[in-house]
Write a protein that binds this ligand. Structure first.
Ligand code: NAD
Ligand code: UD1
Length: 361
């Protein structure tokens, strides 16, 4: 096996992608990133998130605005660069939207992946790290969740795209021994780079707990609705395994090391802390470290939500040599630093159509 040099990162302008790019550059890899800005901010020069990743690391990133559904465009990028491995983040991920527009999700996530795999194969590139999700487990049969837990009984279209892709990867690796793939099942990524320069700034409406809570703390939303206080958990609220995005990013660097040193065909790893935290607990840590008060409103359970989920991350520890380092306090502190340094997120592209009257727009 040879050491990797050039890593192609799809969805590199997005939340997890941009954080991972920082770690890849710091680990010495050359990064070619692509994104179509379906859910990332674009400015005149491309991706502000990736420009800031360059600022943090002092290293350059090659970036292309490109869509995985545009096969010739992606093919050209592979023609130009000698890609050793792909980290495939690009996907649509809004659960609610996926239920309204299933074809959009199947087309983007499944066809995008199919195009990518075909182009990789035609360029003799067989190494990939895939962004999967703990959502593939559905309602847990046991806790903590190990990788051997059954997958597939998922209640939403987004989650099914991850499950179908994992099944596709199994078929692919069974049919052709050349493939060397790691599927990483993320639990709940939160937080931001400790510099406060990069963080989560989707262009689509977000509904996840931490970003919503931060909007309430900033005064941009009046109240945090707690979905369900009658769960069978110690305080009645839902439990998740929140993981700092920089720990998650480091998991990808660990995955690359394994792929570059061994032919493992296809392996799946949970990336989580192994610890469950309830909604109430997360709110209370957030209030403490940010010295803010989050007004709460209790409502019925959110449709499709599960009671509790946390990872058994032993396999990643044993085989990737990876464990999490950051606490829940750091997840909240770092997210809050990003939010307060960038209350409106990244600087947005100025629309040329804005009419200026008397010097005021
Ligand atoms: P994100 O939306 O911030 O990043 C995904 C990026 O992919 C976006 O910048 C988007 O513009 C881009 N993209 C989407 N479709 C594309 C296409 N056809 N061509 C090119 N670019 C495209 O999301 P994220 O939170 O960074 O998630 C990254 C990956 O991790 C996704 O695959 C997501 O499903 C998975 N994941 C995320 C979470 C989470 O909670 N954030 C949890 C589990 C798994
Ligand atoms: C959601 C997605 C899941 C995806 C995961 C990571 C849904 C139904 N599921 O999971 O597919 O893999 O994000 O991106 O959207 N909560 C509140 N109030 C809020 C928001 C959330 O009480 O305003 C609660 C939820 O009920 C849950 C916890 O906070 O108990 C975490 O919610 P969220 O951040 O949306 O993540 P998941 O539901 O785990």
């Amino acid at each position: 096996m040879t050491q990797f040099k050039t890593i192609l990162v799809t969805g590199g302008a997005g939340y997890i992608g941009s954080h991972c790019v920082v770690d890849l550059l710091e680990a010495g890899y050359d990064v070619v990133a692509i994104d179509n800005f379906a859910n990332a901010v674009e400015d005149e020069e491309g991706s502000p998130a990736l420009q800031r990743a360059e600022e943090i690391t002092g290293k350059p990133i090659t970036f292309y605005k490109a869509d995985l559904l545009d096969k010739p465009q992606i093919n050209d990028i592979f023609d130009k660069h000698n890609v050793d491995c792909v980290i495939h983040f690009a996907a649509l991920k809004a659960v609610g939207e996926s239920m309204q527009q299933p074809l959009l999700y199947y087309q983007n996530n499944l066809l995008g992946m199919l195009n990518l795999l075909e182009i990789m194969r035609s360029h003799n590139c067989y190494q990939m790290v895939f962004s999967s999700s703990c959502t593939v487990y559905g309602e847990p049969e046991h806790l903590p969740i190990t990788e051997t837990h059954p997958t597939g009984s998922i209640t939403n279209v987004y989650g099914r795209t991850k499950y179908f892709i994992e099944e596709m990867l199994k078929d692919l690796s069974a049919a052709d021994d050349k493939w060397n793939i790691i599927s990483l099942r993320y639990f709940n990524p939160v937080g931001a780079h400790p510099s406060g320069l990069i963080g989560e700034d989707p262009t689509k409406e977000f509904t996840n707990l931490m970003p919503f809570m931060a909007q309430v703390a900033l005064g941009k939303k009046p109240v945090l609705t707690v979905f369900g206080s009658d769960y069978n958990t110690p305080d009645g609220t839902g439990i998740r395994d929140y993981i700092h995005v920089m720990d998650l990013a480091r998991g990808h660097v660990a995955a690359l090391s394994l792929l570059s040193s061994s032919h493992i065909k296809l392996r799946v790893y949970n990336l989580g802390t192994g610890r469950g935290v309830s909604v109430k607990e997360l709110v209370s840590v957030f209030e403490r470290v940010t010295k803010t008060k989050i007004p709460l409103k209790y409502e019925a359970r959110r449709l499709g939500d599960i009671t509790a989920m946390w990872a058994d991350a032993t396999l990643a520890k044993n085989e990737l040599g990876w464990t999490t380092r950051h606490s829940v306090e750091e997840m909240c502190t770092d997210f809050w630093r990003w939010q307060t340094m960038n209350p409106n997120g990244y600087p947005k592209k100025i629309k040329k159509s804005v009419i200026v009257i008397n010097g005021k727009s």
